[in-house]
Ligand binder design. Structure first.
Ligand SMILES: Cc1ncc(COP(=O)(O)O)c(C=O)c1O
Length: 461
């Protein structure tokens, strides 16, 4: 048992930690992060870590960026808060909305703001329902999500998240959410099935689901271009084209959840561009403000806007909004973040360094623990398996992925275990040398984990 510091004891007695084994946490205590600079964070003992996951896939411009600090401070001095209820507005929300309309990969009529990714997807669900009520299709309410999707944790967004821990005993999902297959060829491809055949099956299964549910009841399909928290799952190249073809006749909103992929992660402004599909609407958060301020947003297409107008005439107002919708500090920070992305040519930078990232990731495939490596742009994961030849996973209860993440953290690299995958999603400002440093630690740590796996005989079937 580690000796817990005073700060650790105070944490244990006062703080609930999301996505943490709360029982185990009482024994291990927290890692108290104290400060950040560039791609590094430091704990309260002064130990330095490379933030290999950009916090929670969000600190795209790293830590301590003075321009962003100044932008926030100036806005706080000028107008620390103003809401946009009842027709009020401010310069920054107007300017940011115009900018986002210019950048997004879908025909956006308006932008609706919130405070994060879950809220963004929650609004997508509410507005899909509102839209179909407005146009006299009250039966058209089902949202199709995918097994292993991550769309957040509010009641509606948690219902879209296809991961058991997010739903079990929370009485989720709510009604009108249904799930289609996960496009993870390595894990779910059938024996002897080619990647093309697998992709065709994914499309066929979606069509069959729509037929089974009744096309007149299906309102939307939501997908992350690359599934993040579900395991950094990159769909086969033709997946989205085929899915889009299936959806085309059914009058459904196609929602791209760009909360991780948006703003340069894949070397494009948005993931839908990199994966080749055309959404009706997108959800964004995280890198929208580089995580310097909690903010999310969705795009509103013209059809939906017209429906919202008619609802306002019928009901009297658009009855939705948060105290912090379009917070002026968030808007000022987002505008500065986008200015930096443009000035620093962040997409080109990512496309350049992504080559080194990919080369180093592919090299991991030779490691005895690694069954699959997948990466695109500056996001990726290596999946650890008990048997490379048969793809047999480790007993999930042995927490081999979590162990690997813990060893990497000990060695100065913060990653994230997604099942038995170990994910990387570094700040977009990372250099080639820093990428090499990340993978040197990653490889060395995998060797340590291999030694542990052997000593504990964890490969036993
Ligand atoms: C794709 C995706 N959507 C939605 C969310 C939820 O965002 P938030 O945690 O800001 O509510 C996340 C969070 O990781 C995400 O990865």
């Amino acid at each position: 048992m580690p000796v817990l510091s005073n700060m650790a004891v105070r944490d244990i007695e006062t703080v609930i930690h999301p996505y943490t084994n709360l029982a185990l946490h009482r024994e291990t205590g927290p890692v108290v992060i104290d400060r950040g600079e560039g791609i590094h964070v430091y704990d309260d003992t002064g130990k330095r870590y490379i933030e290999g996951l950009s916090g929670l896939w969000c600190s795209s411009l790293g830590y301590g960026n003075q321009e962003l600090v100044d932008a926030a401070a100036e806005q706080m001095s000028k107008l620390s808060y103003s809401h946009i209820f009842a027709g009020k507005s401010h310069d920054d929300v107007i300017e940011l909305s115009e900018k986002l309309k210019e950048l997004v990969p879908c025909p956006a009529s308006k932008i609706l703001f919130c405070s994060g990714g879950s809220e963004a997807n929650d609004m997508q669900v509410k507005l899909t329902w509102y839209y179909n009520n407005a146009r006299g299709k009250p039966e058209k309410k089902k949202i199709i999500s995918r097994i292993k999707a991550y769309h957040g944790v509010t009641v509606a967004a948690g219902s879209l998240t296809g991961l058991p821990a997010v739903q079990t005993d929370f009485d989720l999902p709510i009604k009108n959410v249904v799930f289609t297959s996960c496009p993870h060829y390595y894990r779910f491809g059938a024996a002897g099935e080619s990647e093309d055949e697998f992709t065709d099956r994914m499309a066929r299964e979606l069509d069959e689901l729509i037929q089974k549910e009744g096309p007149e009841t299906v309102a939307a399909f939501i997908a992350e271009p690359i599934m993040g928290a579900g395991g950094v799952i990159i769909p086969p190249a033709k997946y989205f084209a085929k899915i889009q073809k299936v959806l085309a006749p059914y009058d459904v909103r196609i929602i791209s959840d760009e909360v991780i992929c948006g703003f340069g992660r894949l070397g494009h402004w948005f993931g839908a561009e990199a994966l080749g599909f055309q959404p009706t609407s997108i959800s964004m958060a995280k890198a929208l403000t580089g995580a310097y301020f909690p903010m999310g947003a969705i795009t509103i297409e013209e059809d939906l806007y017209q429906a919202m107008l008619s609802q306002s005439e019928k009901i009297g107002i658009f009855g939705h909004g948060y105290t912090y919708t379009a917070h002026p500090v968030g808007c000022a920070v987002a505008l500065k973040v986008i200015e930096i992305y443009e000035r620093e040519k962040i997409n080109e930078h990512v496309q350049g360094v992504a080559k080194v990232f990919e080369t180093r990731f592919r090299r991991l495939a030779d490691h005895p623990l690694v069954g699959d490596v997948r990466c695109m742009g500056l996001i990726g994961a290596a999946e650890l398996v008990a048997d490379k030849a048969t793809k047999r996973p480790f007993d999930l209860k042995k927490l081999v992925g979590a162990k690997a993440a813990a060893v990497m953290q000990k060695n100065g690299l913060i990653t994230r275990a997604v099942g038995d995958g170990v994910a990387l999603c570094p700040p977009l400002i990372i250099t080639e040398d820093q990428i090499h440093e990340i993978f040197d630690i990653y490889e060395k740590s995998l060797d340590e984990v291999e030694t542990w796996v052997r000593s504990e005989e964890l490969r036993a079937a």
